[in-house]
Design a protein around this ligand. Structure first.
Ligand code: PAF
Length: 291
């Protein structure tokens, strides 16, 4: 990974249709370049840029996609209001070596008559899947489409959406897709808040409460280090951290097997601790590998 993004003055090449994308990729393919894909929904932040930098350090040709995917939002969720900042994103990407940005319209991705969806694996049924019915069906469908369109050697995802990475890995394995999935670490603000496009919705008092999610995960790690192996004890203490910060709308607190996402009864190896909570109108998620 490079320390500093290489400074360029031009925005990356932007394409918006499948035909343009295929044409641009044809040359990279014909010269056997390693292709990296960074799928995003835009409103790029340091978390996304770390994916872009990692892709650039490992691949010859990097494609960043920007598409706010309607099918992964529930009917009562924030699809209409989700921030869309394409010009700012392109400007920010000009500081990196991203070769191509694919930013299709809704009609380009879900063309008239579109009716085929990916049935997500069982790992999609818990946690986010339970709180956001249909979410992973939308994610797996759009990710499979992007993988098919770009044909990357490696695709990059952030650990912030941990369950998403488990679901995508499983899909790639189950459907024999010829792509490696790389999961990059969560990038955090100084106070621990995981970077996320929705953080900008937080008002000033919610922004003060928000780091409690990462604090609760830190406490979980400390308790395990001190020898606590009962998840129920740890989850109760994590809940107290959230309550202390005034966060009462907790969607879930969980300690699960990193592969299956099944709840663990006793911690005797690495596990994932995950949290999702609602702060005002903003839903935040965070996670950490512990043990
Ligand atoms: O993680 C995201 O931003 C989205 O879920 C993804 C992978 C770009 C699919 O829309």
């Amino acid at each position: 990974m490079t320390d500093q993004p290489s400074i360029t003055t031009t925005k990356p090449r932007l394409v918006t249709t499948r035909e343009q994308l295929r044409r641009e990729l044809a040359e990279a393919r014909s010269t056997h370049k390693t292709i990296g894909l960074v799928p995003t929904m835009g409103t790029l932040h340091a978390g996304h840029f770390s994916l872009v930098e990692t892709a650039e350090s490992e691949c010859d040709f990097t494609v960043t996609t920007i598409f706010v995917n309607s099918t992964q939002f529930g009917q009562t969720e924030d699809f209409a209001g989700y921030p869309r900042e394409l010009e700012d994103d392109l400007r920010a990407l000009s500081r990196y070596r991203t070769d191509l940005v694919y930013a299709p319209s809704e009609a380009e991705v879900y063309r008239d008559g579109h009716s085929t969806y990916v049935e997500p694996p069982t790992a999609a049924q818990t946690l986010e899947g339970r709180c956001r019915p249909g979410h992973f069906r939308g994610v797996t469908t759009v990710v499979l489409k992007l993988l098919n369109l770009v044909g990357p050697n490696i695709a990059y995802f952030g650990q912030k959406d941990y369950q998403q990475t488990v679901v995508i890995r499983r899909m790639v394995d189950d459907l024999d897709l010829p792509v490696a999935i790389r999961v990059c670490p969560i990038v955090r603000e100084e106070d621990g808040l995981a970077m996320g496009s929705r953080n900008q919705y937080l008002n000033s008092s919610e922004r003060i409460q928000a780091p409690a999610l990462s604090k609760s995960l830190k406490l979980a790690a400390e308790l395990v280090e001190q020898g606590e192996c009962n998840p129920a004890v740890i989850l109760a203490q994590m809940r107290q951290v959230l309550a202390h910060a005034g966060i009462s709308r907790v969607d879930y607190l969980a300690i699960v097997d990193p592969e299956t996402l099944a709840d663990v009864r006793r911690i005797d190896g690495p596990v994932m601790a995950l949290v999702a909570a609602q702060l005002g109108k903003t839903r935040l998620i965070d996670n950490s590998r512990i043990g």
